[in-house]
Design a protein around this ligand. Structure first.
Ligand code: HEM
Length: 534
């Protein structure tokens, strides 16, 4: 049978009729073969796919009915709602992703992000339930890239009794007494040391990173800043860049580079551990975290465990605190009234001391308004917007909903911190709100969780607060500044400012500060006198 002529496919002008006939003849038979293959193989495949999709949808609906999943949508197969989430978090205002779903389904809803069905909680009580049941009903869960780069012995990935031991050891090196007696002095000294070189244009985020990295190294292994710490920091940056990549070295150069950098960091830290073991044999002892890890009575950990632990602590301690320092300055710059009140508090402290005199614990404890600024920055910045956990079994939560075993859960701190029901005018930076309310009441403990909660609550919480307070003290008493250019906050892959917050700094003359303070004190005295006369 000749192939049918298709009038919409004119014969190509450069092919002879005979060749074109041959070609169309062959294509006709090819088409026939393809058609029969489709009938033989593809139709059944297509039919079974449609059937499977149908069964999948029915099962999904049945599971939802029988297990009472929280309301919500799983979106498209495989992708779920990941693209919506990414596009929301790529803008300056990511809130609508959560707001829309909360108003449609309530504070606990089902979604499907990053390849997995996930129950998302914007509810403070549910968040608390998730955090408190760590290790019993839920376990921490990190993306493959982060787990590989941190190492299996890092505190963030550890479970069970070893986690408990490591967590309390970390706490014992970052608690109030240790900060008061040892770390405060180092914090103040290292902040000053770095600020001494500031002039003109300063990339605040970079400077803050240097400070917090040096502090963590000091706290961990007693090293002061030197070429070694500088090189270590450079490698660290590469490791962190790999956190939010696809963990396949073949596909991602960033991940490949991060793996190499991790190897170098681990080697450098291993050498330190070996040297410290030798020092101990010679009877020398230092008072730092590494000494405690090497201590047989307290830990007796292997070299590999110690290296993974130190590597993760450096990540946890320095990236977070440097971001919060930068954002505090950004929020204060945009709220001049708050900045003026903060300056007043610190000028007053400085007026009681010599210019170079170190800060004491009592000075820190007298920084009342500063603590309001710290709280408010943590609340609005949400640098850790929440935590992922995985359900270890079917878990029944508030309102009788079930989180199926193996599902991911995201306890969102950001959603609670930004909710007008929990914080009046929640999306405005307002440090004064903390003058009235305190974090000490049980309901506000659930509501204000920048450091998480339960067995994995951040062991560096107090340390981060002190670091930020000292940084602000030295900044406002030594400098005035203006933003060098417009900069905005971005949320992906982590929360930070796009341009590392460039500012132009100007060193204050001490006389200016003292003069201003004396005038303020005089005004205060006159005010008191007037009010006692009336
Ligand atoms: C503003 C600064 C900081 C913020 C907002 C912050 C926040 C957090 C949060 C929310 C968690 C809980 C993670 C979870 O539940 O899975 C956490 C864990 C952790 N943080 Fe921080 N952190 C900060 C500073 C620090 C500092 C300075 C250190 C250094 C000592 C540190 C060390 C850790 C460690 C080791 C963990 C893991 C705890 C565990 O899994 O048991 N953090 N942090």
């Amino acid at each position: 049978m000749p192939p049918p002529h298709n009038p919409r496919h004119p014969i190509h002008p450069y092919t002879s009729p005979s060749s074109s006939y041959k070609t169309s003849f062959i294509s006709f038979y090819c088409l026939k073969i393809i058609e029969s293959s489709v009938t033989m193989f593809l139709y059944p495949v297509l039919l079974s796919s449609v059937f499977s999709l149908f069964i999948f949808l029915i099962l999904r609906a049945t599971v939802r009915r029988t297990r009472r999943l929280p309301p919500g949508t799983l979106g498209l197969p495989f992708i779920g709602e990941t693209l919506q989430l990414i596009s929301a978090y790529k803008t300056e205002n990511p809130e609508p992703f959560i707001d829309d779903r909360v108003s449609k389904y309530g504070a606990v809803f089902t979604t499907h992000v990053f390849g997995e069905p996930t129950v998302f909680s914007a509810d403070p009580d549910t968040n608390r339930f998730i955090l408190q049941n760590e290790g019993r009903l839920f376990e921490s869960s990190y993306p493959g890239s982060i787990s590989n780069l941190l190492g299996r012995h890092s505190l963030l990935l550890m479970r069970g009794s070893l986690h408990k031991r490591m967590h309390s050891l970390t706490m014992s090196f970052a608690n109030s007494a240790i900060i008061r007696d040892h770390l405060l002095l180092d914090i103040d000294r290292l902040v000053r040391l770095n600020m001494d070189s500031w002039s003109g244009r300063v990339l605040l985020m970079e400077e803050a990173k240097k400070i917090t990295f040096q502090l963590t190294v000091k706290q961990l292994m007693s090293f002061d800043p030197c070429e070694w710490t500088e090189n270590l920091m450079k490698e660290y940056m590469l490791v962190i860049e790999g956190f939010f990549t696809i963990p396949l070295p073949f596909f991602s150069t960033t991940y490949r580079r991060a793996i190499q950098a991790r190897r170098k960091v681990a080697e450098a830290l291993s050498l330190v551990v070996v040297e410290r073991r030798r020092e101990r044999e010679r009877g020398e002892r230092k008072n730092d975290m590494l000494a405690a890890l090497l201590d047989e009575d307290r830990g007796g950990f292997s070299d590999e465990e110690i290296v993974d632990f130190m590597l993760a602590l450096l990540v946890a301690g320095y990236e977070t605190t440097s971001t919060i320092m930068t954002l505090a300055v950004k929020f204060l710059t945009e709220t001049p009234h708050a900045l003026a009140q903060l300056k007043e508090e610190h000028d007053e402290i400085r007026a009681r001391k010599g210019e170079m005199e170190a800060l004491q614990w009592e000075d820190y404890k007298s920084m009342h308004f500063t603590q309001c600024v710290v709280n408010e920055t943590l609340r609005v910045a949400n640098i850790i917007s929440g935590v992922f956990r995985r359900a270890m079994q079917d878990v029944t939560i508030k309102e009788g909903y079930t989180i199926p075993k193996g599902w991911k859960v995201f306890a969102s701190f950001r959603a609670v911190h930004m909710d007008h029901h929990h914080f009046k005018d929640a999306r405005t930076f307002n440090p004064w709100r903390w003058q009235k309310s305190s974090v000490a009441t049980s309901s506000s403990i659930n509501m204000f969780t920048p450091f998480g909660g339960g067995p994995r609550r951040c062991p560096g919480a107090e340390l981060a607060r002190v670091e930020l307070s000292v940084f602000l003290h030295r900044l406002v008493t030594q400098f005035s500044w203006v933003p060098a250019e417009q900069d905005k906050i971005i949320f992906l892959p982590t929360t930070r400012t796009q341009k590392r917050y460039p500012i132009i700094v100007q060193r204050l003359k001490r006389d200016d500060a003292i003069y201003r303070l004396k005038r303020l004190m005089q005004e205060e005295r006159i005010r008191k006198q007037l009010s006692s006369n009336t």
